[in-house]
Design a protein around this ligand. Structure first.
Ligand SMILES: [Zn+2]
Length: 143
């Protein structure tokens, strides 16, 4: 299955990014020029609305790039959407997992000091979830 994003989707993503930047620049230029008379309303509108339209097209391209045509809702095909969203959801899932792991590091070091199991053989304190003693290797948990 499509485990990685196709070159076409990558191109759409980056083209979309460029269009968003251009769109904002165009709209920003339009807004800036409004403060310096004489103001040409027609060209001002073209710049501002054109810039916003460009940014919107860019945004759509970007979401097609990240989620695929079906995933972005351009093509109505839930099964395809699921396939196309795969790399994206995996990325999102990976990010959530990373965040959880990071949170665990903080939590873990605090819990470690509280919940320890003393080895009956050598007396070494082991983490609550360890099966064997880290010092002498003796089994300290039944399951
Ligand atoms: Zn031990």
């Amino acid at each position: 299955m499509a485990r990685h994003i196709s070159a076409g989707r990558k191109a759409a993503f980056y083209l979309g990014t460029v269009l968003i930047v251009l769109g904002f620049a165009l709209a920003g230029w339009g807004v800036l020029s409004a403060s310096a008379p004489p103001v040409d309303i027609a060209s001002l509108q073209i710049r501002v609305f054109g810039g916003v339209a460009l940014a919107m097209v860019g945004n759509l391209l970007r979401s097609i790039g990240t989620r695929g045509l079906a995933g972005a809702g351009v093509v109505l095909d839930p099964a395809k959407a699921r396939r196309e969203l795969e790399p994206y959801s995996r990325m999102a899932g990976g990010m959530v997992r990373d965040a959880l792991e990071e949170a665990n590091v903080g939590l873990g070091s605090r819990v470690e000091k509280v919940v320890m199991i003393k080895c009956p053989s050598c007396g070494k304190r082991n983490e609550d979830d360890s099966r064997f003693c880290q010092e002498c290797g003796r089994r300290i948990r039944a399951e």
